[in-house]
Write a protein that binds this ligand. Structure first.
Ligand code: BGC
Length: 926
């Protein structure tokens, strides 16, 4: 299927190239290994490489490539690949090119570069070099032992232990590499300086199954002579409090994986003379169990007493005689794996926009943006004075901090001053969701710039930019992006502030495509889908959230729409990143999930085994404004569940198809067909009415292609009636809202989608923005003017599920759509749907194959549409027009423009197939 298409593109291209004479060939940039920029310590046996071509030339293609991989930069600089020289490979592949050179041992370092050939067989220049290194590939490579503090009992929580080891290096270091992980959280220091910039390492996995280690290049931190390495250990997700711990009857609220944190460090130093020194955690390390971090917890906050700082503890020459020997702990049975995703990092800082004093001595900093991370505060007080920082998302009417919606997550940091000089406080083993910070205990009013909001998250690179003439919609996308930043904390969380913060699968399932537009999620999902597989029960049940610290088979698993994320998100990895390896690794898990539902429900209506059955969560019926007149929006649970069952079966069939598993493809396509037939028999009347007659029911049936073609029109008519019945508002919940928007557009009723997205009365996105929201709310009625906040028992102001409309904004408003037949944007569809009174929109998406840009503008009925198609890709572009002849490209009739081929008229648009390049289409007024 792919080759003939490539042929078409090449033919178009060569025509173009011939007219271009001696234009310079493409630049090769954006080198990545396993999705990451210059990763250290990876453990993929055949790392996959990727590059991006840059060129403005129309029809730019890659017809061949050559990769060189070398063991030193010098060898590479001589254009030699002593590890791998792929030679000239005739191929248009720029992604997932698997390393096929000499086997790479643990610790191997690789320098690599690429060049490509264009349609006229002219080579590009070599790319700039990039690197990666291998981690410790076998358990036997670890000489380090797990160590911990032996102080106190396992029944109580203790101050964060500090561990250290002094060592001597006989000569200068040529290279020093540090491998580290912890059960809990760690922060490492070497000779008084911080190692790396990771926050909350080693992040959250099911520590009974898989523990991630990190690799750091510390060559610049070690020195000849005396050295010392130190570590602070936090309880983190391992030993601290985590969301929903109250579901464990009678259980403790902390220590779900273990009672006390442990450390594993292996520092390997290669001296200039070739000798090798290994400094590894063992019984010779010393521990201090009464240090300044009196308490540190993800949900609670951190309590720091600077008077207890053992000054100089992280450097050589420190008197450690009162420190205790570390206790060697039993090695966990879990697998040690290299971290495959971008670490959590501080990615930006915010300065307060206001400082108020609602009560004497109570100072409230307003960061102007609901954010996630923590604060750095510089302040002065007398030694022994303790200040308190409380964090909240909103203010009460009297200007004091609103914290009721945090439930059991205090988010309180405390700091006790050591001296009377200015001191700087910044916590380490917690995180908070907040816009406002209340500081009490200071002797005097601080300057507003004393505080800095430090924003951190799993640092998936930004991928999308969006703007349009509607301020409200531009703000909506901004809110969506901030909400995404807030909830990428090594797992895709539901919320960042209250005592929950779990990797709820249903929320990221619906948000996943929006997430991929805003950020490059490939590495993040690679990690998290392992979490999902780790938590799959033996009977095939996927959990409702991952990691799942409470035993997936027992409870909180198998919910329709939530567990289905275990099928839907791998498919997103295919659509967006063409990740076949991941599909291959995941296929069996996805299949087993569908088999579980089938076993429970041989009649193919999903009645049994729905466990917590959240249904279309937070649909219009859950709005709790007094006398809310609009009821009847909730889709019947069996309709909802069976729709997801059919969808998952169909996606498993498509996965099998692209993996070349023909029998499975036929079997699951058959199953999907049978479930659809059962759905229609059970729930669909001859006039297209679906049981319950809800907006959500029609949205799901349309979006999952459950209805016979003949009934689609009727279903659309019913959904339109449903919207009208609901006072021209949505009655949908988190799972059907975005699907409804897409289906309105697919049915040619973008006008209605536009009306909904432009609505400013509740329930709508616009309503929250008019109330001053800077992130997406969990509920349509999170705050209602004149009434106040919704039930504090469940009212996050930073939840991404209804922000899934970002997908509609990228795919319909702007018009960027992937194409399942050629995934990873090898071919894509640009189909903007101007409307809604918006006069222009523009955006960019950094696809895995390069930057796609779309900008449209309407002027007195005429439309201008600029499109950038990355080199080596092609696109179908839909230009709204009555006739193809009304469309020009750069002033010429479009059908005759270079690189453009007219395909057909379709639903009021002229459709053109275009090769790589920049295009300026215009359509005369319709
Ligand atoms: C979370 C959700 C989640 C849900 C399950 C809530 O507490 O915040 O977003 O999907 O539970 O119903």
């Amino acid at each position: 299927m792919r080759l003939p298409l490539l042929g078409v593109i090449m033919a178009l291209t060569l025509g173009g190239a011939a007219g271009c004479g001696a234009q310079s060939p493409a630049t090769v940039t954006g080198l990545r290994c396993e999705y990451l920029v210059g990763p250290l310590g990876i453990d993929a046996a055949h790392p996959r490489l990727r590059w991006v071509l840059q060129s403005d030339r129309r029809g730019e293609v890659q017809t061949a490539y050559q990769v060189l991989a070398a063991s030193t930069p010098e060898v590479l600089a001589r254009d030699k690949g002593d590890l791998w020289d792929s030679g000239k490979v005739g191929s248009d592949a720029t992604i997932h090119v698997a390393y096929a050179g000499k086997p790479l041992a643990s610790r191997a370092r690789v320098w690599w570069k690429v060049r490509t050939w264009d349609g006229a067989d002219r080579p590009s220049a070599w790319s700039r070099p990039a690197t990666w290194s291998m981690g410790l590939l076998a358990p036997s490579e670890w000489q380090a032992q797990w160590i911990e503090s032996s102080a106190g009992s396992d029944k109580e929580r203790r101050p964060a232990p500090m561990l250290r080891k002094a060592f001597h290096l006989a000569g200068p270091a040529r290279r020093a590499t540090l491998y580290a992980t912890a059960l809990g959280l760690y922060e490492l220091r070497l000779n008084g300086r911080r190692v790396g910039d990771h926050v909350l390492a080693p992040e959250w996995t099911d520590y009974h199954k898989r523990i991630q280690y990190q690799t750091y290049d510390v060559t610049d931190l070690v020195r000849q002579g005396d050295n010392a390495v130190g570590a602070c250990l936090g309880d983190g997700w391992y030993a601290g409090r985590i969301g929903l711990s109250n579901i464990v009857p009678g259980g403790p609220s902390w220590g779900h994986y273990g009672p006390r944190p442990r450390l594993l460090v292996q520092l390997e130093v290669e001296l200039a003379d070739g000798r090798r020194e290994v400094i590894a955690t063992d019984a010779s390390w010393r521990v201090f169990s009464d240090g300044p971090i009196r308490a540190g917890d993800i949900l609670d906050g951190e309590t720091y007493d600077a008077r207890r700082e053992p000054l100089g503890w992280d450097g050589p020459g420190f008197d450690e005689s009162v420190w205790q020997p570390a206790r060697v702990a039993e090695a966990p049975r879990a697998r040690l794996v290299a971290q495959p995703n971008e670490p959590i990092r501080v990615v930006r800082e915010l300065k307060p926009v206001a400082l108020t004093e609602p009560k004497p001595g109570v100072f409230i900093f307003d960061l102007g943006q609901n954010m996630v991370g923590w604060c750095r505060l510089q302040a002065k007080a007398a030694p022994g004075v303790t200040i308190t920082l409380r964090h909240g998302e909103a203010l009460n009417p009297d200007g004091t901090l609103y914290t009721a919606n945090l439930r059991g997550a205090p988010q309180v940091d405390r700091y006790t001053f050591r001296t009377d000089g200015p001191e700087t406080f910044e916590p380490r083993f917690t995180y908070h969701g907040f816009r406002y910070v209340e500081v009490t205990g200071l002797p005097a009013r601080p300057p507003a710039d004393a505080l800095t909001g430090r924003v951190f998250h799993s640092a998936a690179p930004d991928a999308g930019r969006f703007e349009c003439s509607s301020q409200m919609l531009t703000q909506l996308m901004r809110n969506i992006v901030w909400t995404q930043r807030a909830n990428l904390m090594s797992t895709p969380t539901d919320c960042p502030q209250r005592d929950e913060r779990l990797g709820w699968m249903g929320d990221i399932q619906i948000f996943s495509q929006t997430a991929c537009f805003n950020m490059d999620m490939a590495a993040f999902f690679t990690k998290w889908l392992r979490d999902v597989r780790d938590e799959q029960a033996a009977d095939g049940r996927f959990p409702d959230f991952a990691p799942h610290p409470f035993g997936p088979a027992e409870r909180f698993s198998a919910a329709p729409g939530w567990a289905d994320a275990g099928v839907i998100i791998p498919w997103r990895m295919y659509q967006n990143y063409a990740d076949m390896r991941l599909l291959g690794e995941h296929f069996d898990a996805a299949r087993r999930w569908v088999e579980f539902v089938r076993r429970e429900n041989p009649g193919l209506i999903w009645r049994k085994g729905r466990a917590n059955d959240y249904n279309d969560w937070l649909n219009g019926d859950t709005i709790v404004v007094e006398n809310w007149p609009r009821k009847g929006g909730e889709v019947p649970k069996e309709v909802f569940a069976t729709a997801f069952f059919a969808h998952s079966a169909e996606l498993v069939a498509r996965m099998a198809e692209v993996l070349g598993r023909k029998d499975d493809a036929a079997r699951y396509a058959g199953l999907a067909g049978d479930i659809k037939a059962a759905f229609n028999r059970e729930f669909v009347k001859p006039d297209g009415r679906i049981t319950g007659d809800t907006q959500a029911g029609y949205a799901l049936a349309l979006n999952f292609d459950l209805l016979p073609d003949a009934l689609r029109g009727a279903a659309v008519a019913h959904v339109l009636e449903g919207i009208e019945k609901y006072g021209n508002h949505l009655s949908t919940g988190i799972q059907s809202t975005q699907r409804l928007m897409m289906e309105l557009t697919r049915a040619g009723r973008s006008d209605v989608a536009w009306r909904l997205v432009n609505t400013r009365t509740m329930p709508s996105w616009g309503y929250s923005i008019d109330q001053g929201a800077t992130t997406v709310w969990e509920r349509w009625d999170g705050y209602v003017g004149g009434r106040g906040f919704q039930d504090p028992g469940m009212n996050s102001l930073n939840h991404w599920a209804i922000g899934a409309v970002g997908e509609w904004m990228y795919r319909a408003l702007l018009g960027i759509n992937s194409d399942d037949a050629q995934p990873g944007y090898k071919h894509f569809v640009v189909r903007p749907r101007p409307g809604g009174g918006v006069t222009w929109a523009k955006g960019e998406y950094d696809s895995i194959r390069g930057r796609i840009a779309v900008a449209w503008k309407t002027d007195a009925g005429a439309l201008a549409l600029d499109v950038t198609v990355p080199p080596n890709t092609s696109a179908a572009v839909y230009v709204p027009a009555k006739r193809a002849e009304d469309v020009t490209e750069s002033g010429k009739p479009a059908a005759r423009a270079e690189g453009v081929k007219f395909l057909r008229m379709e639903d009021g648009a002229a459709v053109f197939e275009v090769v790589a390049g920049r295009y300026a289409f215009s359509a005369a007024s319709n």
